[in-house]
Write a protein that binds this ligand. Structure first.
Ligand code: ADP
Ligand code: MG
Length: 665
C-alpha cells in the first residue's frame, strides 16, 4: 500500500475505483446470454479433474432454471473443497457457449450460505498491484473511509450549485447504488466526481495564491536601468531595431525587475520571434546594476549559441561571460566556477550544469531559463535555490516558444506574469511546409541541389530512435553517406548526440559560417539554433515527431529573408493521428495554434514536462474537460483565503500534503 502512496486514511479515501462490477443481481442460468458478464448462484452437481488435452477442473453448477459449467485451467486443492458436490456457490464471469453447453472459464467464485444477502452497492475495482488483492484493498478503503477526517471544510457559498458534500461524494464513488448510470461514473460527469474535481482544483488555486502571497513578501534587488546605461548601449549597437512587440516586452520586463520583489515572468513568443535579444537586454540591466545574471538552456548546442551571441553583444561593453556545460570539466571548469563565485563573471551561460551543487553565485540578480518547457519542474526549483548566503531572491524570467494554453495559464501558472511577443521581425517570408512520402526522396534530393546552387543552406533532420541511441546514430550516419554520394562536391556535415561537445560546436560553427552547406543532424538541433542562411529543411520520418517538436525544428529555417521550405518526409502507412499531425503542420505556421492541437493529442501533464519529474499534477480534474470548474475554483480561491484563511489552509493540506512545494515552481 505504501508503494501505491496509500498511507493516510485520506489517501485511501481518495483512492477511487477505476471501474465497478455489478454483484447486486443474480441471473437465472436459463437466461444467460453468450459473451455477457453475469453473476449466478447454484449448487455443485459434479466436480471432477479432467486430464484430457490439459489438466483442468470442471464443475457442473445448477440453479432452479438450468445448468452451467465452470472451468478452471489452474486450480488448487482448496478450490476443489470450495466446489465440492452439494456446495452452494456464487460465481461471476463471462458466459460462453461451449461444446457441452454454456460455461464460464476462470470465473470469480465463492461458497455462500443459503440465504446469503447480495451486496446493495456496485463492487469497486481499484487501481492496484499484483501483490495487493482487491478484496484486501476494498476492506482497507472501506474502513479508512469511515475513519478519514472528511469534515466539510468549505462553506456552501464557494461550491458550485448542486454538488454533494465531500463525504457523500466519496461514499457514493466507493459504493455507488446499482441504479446509477455507469456512463456518468465512467466519464466523471456525475456530481460526486464534480465535487472531487472541484476540491482538487480549488486546492491548487489556493496553493498558487499562497505562493504568490509568499513571493510578495520576498525581497529581490531592484534592478534599475540608468539612462544611457548598458542596455541603451546594447540597443544602439544592434544591427536591427526591435519590433514593437519586442519593445513592449522589454518595457514589461525592465519595469518588473526594477521592483524590489522577485519577478516571476514567462516570455512567450513563437520560434524566431527574437526572444534572445530581449533576454540580453534584461541581462544588461541586471549587470549594470551590479547583479549577476544566469542564462540556462536545455542543450549544449543552444547554450553555446547563446554564449557566442551574448559574448558578441556584451563583451564589447565590458562584461565577462562564463560558460558552464556538462562537457566542460577539470581546470577550465574550476576557473569558471571561481569567476562565478567571485562575481568577476557577471553573466553565466550554460546548460543545467549551471545549477550543479558546487556552483555558487556571488550575487545572482536575474535567472533566465530558455525553452523552459524542456526543463523539469525540479530543475527550475533548483535554480531558484542557488542562492547560498544571499538574502535577496533573484528575478526569474522563463522563455518559451511553446505558449501555455489558457487553461494551464489559469491553473499552474496562475501566479505567473506573461509577456508575449506576437510579431516576427520584418522581412521574413512564411515557411511553406510540404508533406511527401519517403518514396519521393529523389525529388527531394533534386530540390536540395537547386537550393545549394542558389547559395543557400539545408538541414536534413533524422529522427530519434527512442529505444536506441545506437540505431539513431546508424540512421543519421547512413543518411549522411547517402546524401554525400548523391551530391558530389558538396560539404555535408553530420551532427548527433553522441559527439563530444567540442566536436559538435565545431560542426555547428562551420555550418553557421556557411562553410558547410548541408547539415545532417539528429534532433540535437531542435531548439533555438539560428543560422539565417538556411532556407530548406527536410525532416525524415516526420511521423515519429511530436507536433511541438516539428514546429521547433521547422523554426530553424525562415530566419533570413529567403523564402523557406520545410519538407516532411513520412514512411507510410500513416496512423490517423500521424496524418492529423502532419496535416496540422502543413496547415499552420502559428505556434499557438499548434500548441493547442498538441495539447489535444498529448494532454497537459506531458505538456508541462511533469512526466520528467514523475509527478502527475492533477489526479481527478482534466483541464481540457473541466474548464468550467476551473473558472469557478479560480473565483472562489481569493474569497476563501480572505474570509476563511484557516479553512483554506486545511483544504490545501488535505489535498496537496507535501506536494504544495512542487506547484510553486
Ligand atoms: P527565438 O525567439 O526563437 O529565440 P531568436 O532570438 O533566436 O528567436 O531570434 C531569431 C533571429 O532573429 C536571430 O537571428 C535574431 O538576431 C534575429 N532578430 C531578433 N530580433 C530582430 C529584429 N527586431 N529585427 C531583425 N532581426 C531580429
Ligand atoms: Mg530561442
Amino acid at each position: 500500500m505504501r508503494k501505491l502512496g496509500l498511507v493516510r486514511d485520506i489517501d485511501l479515501a481518495l483512492h477511487l475505483p477505476m471501474r465497478y462490477e455489478d454483484e447486486t443481481r443474480l441471473v437465472a442460468m436459463s437466461s444467460l446470454r453468450d459473451f455477457s458478464i453475469a453473476q449466478v448462484q447454484g449448487v455443485v452437481q459434479e466436480c471432477r479433474v479432467e486430464t484430457r488435452a490439459r489438466r483442468q477442473l470442471v464443475v457442473r453448477l445448477a440453479d432452479d432454471s438450468g445448468e452451467l459449467v465452470l472451468r478452471l485451467l489452474h486450480f488448487y486443492p482448496s478450490n476443489q473443497k470450495t466446489l465440492a458436490v452439494g456446495q452452494l456457490v456464487r460465481a461471476r464471469g463471462e458466459v460462453r457457449g461451449g461444446f457441452f453447453g454454456r460455461e464460464m472459464v476462470h470465473p470469480e467464485f465463492r461458497a455462500v450460505a443459503p440465504g446469503a444477502p447480495l451486496p446493495q452497492a456496485l463492487t469497486p475495482v481499484y487501481p492496484s498491484s499484483a501483490q495487493l488483492p482487491q478484496a484486501y484493498l476494498r476492506k482497507a478503503v472501506a474502513s479508512a473511509l469511515a475513519r478519514a477526517p472528511l469534515a466539510e471544510l468549505l462553506p456552501p457559498e464557494v461550491l458550485p450549485a448542486g454538488l454533494p458534500t465531500l463525504r457523500e461524494a466519496l461514499q457514493f464513488l466507493h459504493q455507488p447504488s446499482p441504479e446509477v448510470p455507469l456512463a456518468t461514473l465512467e466519464d466523471h460527469s456525475h456530481p460526486a466526481w464534480q465535487r472531487l474535481k472541484f476540491d482538487e482544483l480549488l486546492a491548487q488555486q489556493l496553493s498558487q495564491a499562497q505562493a504568490q502571497a509568499v513571493r510578495a513578501t520576498l525581497a529581490a534587488p531592484a534592478l534599475r536601468q540608468p539612462a544611457g546605461g548598458m542596455a541603451s548601449q546594447l540597443l544602439a549597437a544592434l544591427p536591427f531595431t526591435l519590433t514593437a512587440a519586442q519593445q513592449r516586452v522589454v518595457a514589461e520586463i525592465t519595469a518588473d525587475i526594477a521592483r524590489p520583489q522577485p519577478m516571476h515572468r514567462l516570455l512567450q513568443g513563437d520560434v524566431g520571434s527574437g526572444k534572445t535579444v530581449v533576454a540580453a537586454l534584461a541581462a544588461a540591466v541586471s549587470i549594470a546594476a551590479g547583479w549577476q545574471c544566469a542564462l540556462m538552456a536545455p542543450t549544449e548546442i543552444l547554450a553555446e549559441q547563446h554564449f557566442r551571441k551574448l559574448v558578441g553583444w556584451l563583451q564589447p561593453l565590458g562584461v565577462t561571460v562564463a560558460w558552464l556545460t556538462g562537457s566542460r570539466k577539470g581546470k577550465a571548469r574550476d576557473a569558471m566556477v571561481a569567476q562565478v563565485a567571485s562575481g568577476q563573471a557577471m553573466l553565466v551561460v550554460g546548460t543545467h550544469a549551471v545549477i550543479q551543487h558546487d556552483v555558487a553565485f556571488a550575487r545572482l540578480g536575474l535567472a533566465i531559463v530558455d525553452e523552459q518547457h524542456r526543463f523539469g519542474v525540479a530543475q527550475r526549483l533548483a535554480l531558484r535555490a542557488k542562492l547560498g548566503e544571499q538574502t535577496l531572491e533573484p528575478h526569474l524570467l522563463m522563455m518559451s516558444a511553446t505558449p501555455i494554453p489558457r487553461t494551464l495559464a489559469m491553473s499552474y501558472f496562475a501566479d505567473l506574469a506573461v509577456s508575449t511577443i506576437d510579431e516576427l521581425p520584418p522581412g521574413r517570408t512564411p515557411i511553406v511546409t510540404k508533406v511527401f512520402a519517403d518514396t519521393r526522396r529523389e525529388a527531394v534530393v533534386a530540390r536540395i541541389r537547386d537550393e545549394l546552387a542558389q547559395g543557400r543552406q539545408v538541414y536534413w533532420v533524422c529522427p530519434l530512435v527512442e529505444e536506441s541511441e545506437h540505431l539513431d546514430l546508424q540512421n543519421a550516419t547512413a543518411t549522411h553517406a547517402e546524401l554525400a554520394a548523391a551530391l558530389p562536391g558538396v560539404v555535408v556535415g553530420l551532427l548527433h548526440g553522441r559527439m563530444a561537445g567540442a566536436e559538435k560546436a565545431s560542426v555547428m560553427a562551420q555550418f553557421t559560417r556557411g562553410e558547410m552547406k548541408l547539415l545532417v543532424a539528429t534532433t540535437v538541433i531542435e531548439v533555438g539554433v539560428d543560422v539565417p542562411g538556411a532556407s530548406l529543411m527536410v525532416i525524415e520520418h516526420a511521423e515519429r515527431f511530436g507536433l511541438a517538436q516539428l514546429h521547433q525544428l521547422r523554426g530553424r529555417v525562415g530566419r533570413g529573408a529567403a523564402a523557406s521550405v520545410c519538407v516532411l518526409l513520412y514512411s507510410g502507412p500513416l496512423s490517423a493521428t500521424g496524418r492529423a499531425r502532419l496535416k496540422a503542420m502543413a496547415e499552420t505556421n502559428d505556434g499557438f495554434e499548434i500548441a493547442r492541437r498538441d495539447l489535444e493529442i498529448r494532454g497537459p501533464g506531458e505538456f508541462m514536462g511533469a512526466r520528467q519529474s514523475g509527478d502527475a499534477l492533477l489526479r481527478f480534474a482534466d483541464l481540457a474537460q473541466d474548464s468550467a470548474l476551473l473558472l469557478h475554483a479560480r473565483a472562489a480561491a481569493p474569497r476563501l483565503l480572505a474570509e476563511q484563511p484557516q479553512a483554506a489552509q486545511a483544504h490545501v493540506l488535505r489535498w496537496l500534503g507535501g506536494k504544495a512545494e512542487f506547484l510553486k515552481a
